[in-house]
Design a protein around this ligand. Sequence first.
Ligand code: DLL
Length: 443
Amino acid sequence: MIFNEERETMSEVEREALQLNFLKNTLKRVYENNAYYKNALNRVGVKPEDVRSLKDIQKLPFLTKKDIRDNYPTGLFAAPQEEIVRYHASSGTSGKPTIAAYTKNDIDMWAEVIARSIVAAGGRKSGIMHNAYGYGLFTGGLGLHHGGEKLGMTTIPVSTGNTARQILVIQDMKPDVICATPSYALHLAEVMEAKGIDTRETSLKYGIFGAETWSEEVRTLLEEKFAIKAVDIYGLTEVVGPGVAIECMEAQDGLHVQEDHFFVEVIDPDTLEVLPEGEYGELVFTSLTKEASPVIRYRTGDISAIHRGKCKCGRTTVRMSRTKGRVDDMLIIKGVNVFPSEVERSLLQVSELSPNYQLHLSKNGHVDHVELYVEICEEVYRETNESLDHEEIHSVKQKVQSVIRNECFINIPVNIVEPKTLPRSEGKAVRIIDESMQTANLK
Ligand code: DLL
């Protein structure tokens, strides 16, 4: 089933005409209503009326996270205060958060793209959705919520945390759709298993997981643990929140970008050249219909590639591959580039481990040093009489080292720790611990 046949199955000609029309409106809006964008366009000598084809978008300057920070909090808004009905903010791990503003039309558009996403994931009007994304300034909770209600689903605003209550809600209210970060969903399964609950026997049928990078191996794990279909949802506060792109449950092969609202490009982050389809690079989005805080060529920092071609679900929208991670998450270990998601994929091949891990970064003089912390799973730990000095643990360690060497081409020290000792997250998992930053913060 497709929520909006007209928009999600457009021909290329129809789509391009619509996108161009929306792009022109957006450029006119920002030029007339926002000093930052007016100056930025003037600097490159482009007026809104100079954009006559979609290709002309390449004449426009990029917008970076730094530009957004420099204009904090309201310097990128393009609607008057009285038209703004909502603010959200990004988690802002360092420095100030970025604020996104929404007019009534923006909220309606967002609910529309989320309703489309839920349908693509398998949810239906008659269903019940357990929404375990955080409610508040984070866009996950309220974003999914409005889409659920727009579709007409019974939407349960469980939010994050209180895992015991989440389990009660699943058992008693019998939702068929669950929305959560993949790491929290894994934690939920772990707690259910510890309580002796058969996770495959719940009412759940579909999972909508995102807000952090996760691997195909974690998908398999979640699908097996809960007996569900799991799809990936992508989005970011600056562009709207969740719902920018979603996988369909039929193909689970790339995330359909809601192209009538978000124009996507992939660029080489070093040369800033636009890359051809199929090549990995940094995702860049232009919002086509947003009124309160539009973005023009926003550099997301996320690494992905895009592919065209009709999908077996019938949608014609361009698909982005699941992101490998963020440009700034990429580790350079003795000259080899590695994304934490690649380490995760390798680790999940070792059945003696739990899916929780952390990479600790530190500096040894000027040389970067990385150590991996992984948890042994409970059954194996019991077999070793709960001793990390057991021969079995040493052989698991060697296995981990060899799989990482073969898959990621790096040699890193591996520390095996006791079950359930690495922190669990209620929202986005923290996989990288930068010890030099922590020391800096302590000073
Ligand atoms: O994480 C919005 C969201 C909420 C998406 C719920 C999906 C589900 P921010 O907090 O602004 O917004 O963080 C955005 O998270 O630039 C990516 O680096 C990362 N991210 C989001 N979705 C995915 C995903 C929300 N499916 C940043 N896969 C983005 C990988 C993701 N990374």
